[in-house]
Write a protein that binds this ligand. Structure first.
Ligand code: XAN
Ligand code: ZN
Length: 448
């Protein structure tokens, strides 16, 4: 395909068929008979009714033979955004879910994360987690790694090489009273964070960025939190951590930090609550704390599989939305046992239904709303809303091609089904077998 005379933009891919996405006003739009063009640099150049095909072909210089036609029942969704996942915990995903958070960390997590001192071990697991999540339609992942700088840099290199959009965090922790070897001094944590950021940024990966990552308040001294807040501020960086996941943790934070008004106040006073912050869980945040999130523009990653698996709590998403706090979904592997964002959507629905059982009159989330959380919501959480999240001209083409009627697939499609019913079936019953192609910034990164 050639560029047209009036424009230097080169359209290199054209798709014709059905596109399913969310907007601010509608959690689920099914756009049928659409023609969508992608530029050489991976951006959506046009998305129009296919009756415009001839005009678009003239304007952008493509031929009929350049068009990829989606098959019957096939549709594109935006790539899903996992706003909270521990790449390092992928090695023991699906095991050890018989404890609550704090014993779980001490018994399983810290000993497992210690192994990433060896970059060979990291290389194997990180290759697998990036491939597995991409195959499941996660085009953007916000990763925790471990305290080890070189292994964490390797995660960035692997995400870039395989083609996943990612934030990568070197975990910071200068307190660990149970697995003593798995911690740093405050100075090491700060210096290694600086080394991590400058090395990763120097590599100029187009879609992989560093994120400041204090593990959580119970693993970090006041000084470490403040130093990390300063590093984030001075370098305008994203920040991630955990907050108010379970009640035992919240009580200990209260005791450890008596001078602060709340858990949220600790992060806020340390400059760790910004419009580029994503905090995982938040199950037990008070309305006052949600108000602070709103004022700071900070976001919540709802990790329902983990919240249920570790018996941490039921996040009231409706209340978070009422406070106009940005919210998306996270798998939280391996507190959550599934790497799939479809699973995160389903567990978010289960959680909302459990809240409905507890509170009559509760407005249960719909499957359409959790789809928006998994896509557009996630893009807002990571302050990437101008770049990804749905199919709009100017955004990157991060997308998953779904074939609901793939032979040997996980559910059946009937001729009498409506298109919307098939989309709904995919959200409830589909899996990676249905995700036949995955694109990040216009580049095909998964192809069955
Ligand atoms: O679900 C969680 N996973 C973790 O690794 C962790 N660390 C602190 N708090 C945590 N919560
Ligand atoms: Zn987590």
């Amino acid at each position: 395909m050639t560029s047209c005379n009036e424009s230097v933009i080169l359209v290199t891919k054209v798709f014709k068929g059905t596109f399913v996405h969310s907007t601010h006003t509608s959690p689920l739009e099914i756009l049928e008979n659409i023609i969508l063009g992608v530029s050489e640099d991976g951006k959506i150049v046009f998305i129009e009714d296919s009756s415009e095909q001839e005009n678009l072909a003239k304007r952008w210089g493509f031929e009929n033979t350049d068009i990829t036609h989606l098959k019957d029942w096939e549709f594109f969704i935006p790539g899903m955004v996992d706003t909270h996942i521990h790449a390092s915990q992928y090695s023991y995903m699906g095991t050890g879910l018989d404890m609550s958070l704090l014993p779980w960390l001490n018994t399983y997590t810290f000993p497992a994360e210690l192994k990433y001192k060896k970059t060979e071990f990291a290389e194997e697991v990180y290759n697998k987690v990036v491939k597995r999540t991409l195959k499941n339609g996660t085009t953007t992942a916000c990763y925790f790694a471990t305290i080890h700088t070189d292994s964490t840099l390797l995660l960035g290199e692997i995400a870039d090489k395989i083609g996943q959009r990612a934030f990568v965090g070197k975990v910071c922790m200068d307190i660990n009273n149970t697995v003593e070897e798995y911690k740093e001094t405050t100075e090491e944590s700060v210096e290694e964070t600086k080394r991590f950021i400058s090395t990763l940024l120097q590599r100029k990966y187009p879609q992989v960025k560093p994120i400041i990552t204090p593990r959580f308040v119970l693993s970090c001294s006041d000084k470490l939190l403040k130093d990390l807040g300063l590093i984030a501020k001075n370098n305008d960086l994203h920040i991630q951590s955990h907050i108010s996941e379970n009640t035992e943790e919240v009580q200990i934070v209260k005791k450890m930090f008596p001078d602060y008004k709340s858990y949220t106040d600790v992060y806020n006073k340390c400059n760790l609550l910004t419009n580029k912050t994503v905090m995982a869980h938040g199950c037990h945040l008070t309305d006052k704390e949600l108000d602070i999130f709103n004022q700071r523009g900070a976001a919540i990653s709802h990790c329902p599989n983990s919240n249920l698996s570790l018996c941490s709590g039921l996040l009231d998403v409706r209340n978070v939305l009422k406070h106009k706090v940005k919210i998306g979904l996270g798998t939280d592997v391996s507190g959550g046992y599934s790497p799939s964002m479809l699973d995160a959507m389903r567990r978010a629905l289960d959680t909302s239904k459990a809240l409905t059982i507890q509170n009559s009159g509760y407005e249960t989330l719909t499957y359409k709303e959790v789809f928006r959380l998994a896509t557009l919501g996630g893009s807002q959480v990571l302050a990437l809303e101008d770049t990804i999240g749905n199919f709009e001209v100017g955004k990157d083409f991060d997308a998953v091609l779904v074939n609901p009627s793939i032979p040997g697939g996980p559910f059946d499609v009937f001729a009498s089904d409506t298109f919307e019913a098939v989309v709904e079936k995919f959200f409830y019953l589909g899996d990676d077998r249905n995700m036949v192609e995955v694109y990040v910034a216009g580049k095909k990164v998964v192809n069955l």
